[in-house]
Design a protein around this ligand. Structure first.
Ligand code: PLP
Length: 381
């Protein structure tokens, strides 16, 4: 038996995506950048995928799609591709993924001024603080849509309103890696300039990402090579993965409401089960939820007072149940969880954190099973 509750780290391909993707791999092996019938067919499926990805977030015709290896590359392309000569300030938040935080550290060493919005104890930043930091040197506002460890959904419409009220010409980027295929995020309402997305987070092919961007903005490439993708991301594209990406984006648009409903049920069952757990002497445990009820149903972060998250995670893993302790990218860290510390969670509680992240394949039976096994672990802890 194996139960996978680490979907914020990576999702399995949906069965229909696997079937479609496998067919595409067999058919579209040509080089899309050559000049023969195979290439032309490959280009057609890539163009279709671009339309599907743009349609999923209501991005207008004037946007382009840059195919990349995933979210990290999309975000780095934006952060290092922008011309920082005119306007050298950026505003971001303290809960961004390391794939934004670490490039920001590099940029700061290169002279870019990085402002980080603080968050309150629920993990939310304030639009007033954003307003106070905006000025005519602000070149970019980069804020994630859905936080990967606690599931906070950021108010990106609110961000756009502040930019408009302040008559700011700053570019607006969202790391929509966790939100794509789940959130109802409308490009035209938020008037984004850049949106980063990644296949392995929404049941699409892995190692494939799409940066949707305002075609009027000139970006500098991260790599140099052949002239593919207008020279912005040289290298031969993978038409099958890209086609699978577009296919999944379209499928998710159709299913996301009903799947969110299903996920809310799993999340509720999990919350209700967790507060009923008892210790070895039958005494109720103290469960501290870091994800509140307004968070995305896909992510549930909590600590059990007096218990270490990493130890519970390993016990569960030995029983075939896979959960996380926070971001998969920093799971080995010996430091307390940075996201929770930024929210003001005390160190010992932050060390106790566990993250359950749900996918479309999960069932209520699996949640019941997880809770039973967690109870066993706690009793023998
Ligand atoms: N942004 C967020 C919010 C993420 O959760 C992740 C991955 O965990 C990334 C960016 C990086 O994406 P990728 O793993 O596709 O490079």
């Amino acid at each position: 038996m194996s139960i996978y509750l680490e979907n914020a780290a990576s999702t399995p391909l949906l069965p229909e995506v696997l079937e479609f993707y496998t067919q595409q791999m067999a058919k579209f092996y040509g080089n899309p950048h050559a000049d023969n019938d195979y290439s032309r067919d490959c280009r057609k499926v890539i163009t279709k995928a671009e339309q599907q990805v743009k349609a999923a977030v209501n991005a207008p015709k004037e946007t382009n799609v840059l195919w990349t290896s995933g979210g990290t590359e999309c975000i780095n392309t934006v952060l290092f591709g922008i011309d920082w000569q005119q306007g050298n300030e950026i505003i971001s938040t303290s809960l961004e993924h390391p794939t934004t935080m670490n490039p920001l550290k590099q940029l700061s060493e290169q002279g870019v001024i990085v402002h980080t919005l603080s968050v309150d104890k629920t993990g939310r930043f304030s639009l007033d603080e954003l307003k106070s930091l905006l000025n005519d040197k602000t070149k970019l506002v980069s804020i994630m849509s859905l936080q990967n460890e606690i599931g906070v959904i950021n108010d990106l419409l609110g961000v756009r309103k502040v930019l408009e009220d302040e008559k700011s010409s700053a570019y607006f980027h969202t790391d929509n890696v966790q939100g794509f295929g789940k959130l109802k995020l409308d490009w035209q309402k938020c008037k984004f300039d850049f949106m980063s997305t990644s296949g392995h987070k929404f049941h699409a092919p892995n190692s494939c990402g799409a940066l949707i961007y305002n075609s009027k903005i000139k970006l500098k490439p991260l790599m140099y090579g052949g002239g593919q993708q207008g020279g912005l991301r040289p290298g031969t594209q993978d038409p099958a993965a890209i086609s699978g990406y577009g296919f999944t984006a379209e499928l998710n648009s159709k299913l996301k409401e009903s799947k969110a409903e299903q996920t809310r049920k799993l999340n509720k069952a999990c919350r209700e089960g967790l507060v009923q757990l008892t210790d070895g002497r039958g005494k109720a445990l103290q469960v501290i939820f870091h994800s509140d009820e307004e968070c995305s149903p896909y992510i549930l972060s909590f600590s059990i007072k007096g218990y270490q998250g990493a130890i519970i995670m390993r016990f569960l893993s030995s029983m075939g149940i896979h959960v996380g302790v926070g971001s998969a990218c920093s799971a080995d860290s010996k430091l307390p969880n940075k996201t929770l510390t930024a929210m003001g969670v005390p160190k010992d509680t932050a060390f106790g954190a566990l993250r359950i992240s749900f996918g479309w394949q999960n069932t209520l039976d699996e949640i019941e099973n997880f809770l039973e096994k967690l109870q066993e672990v706690i009793k023998s802890y």
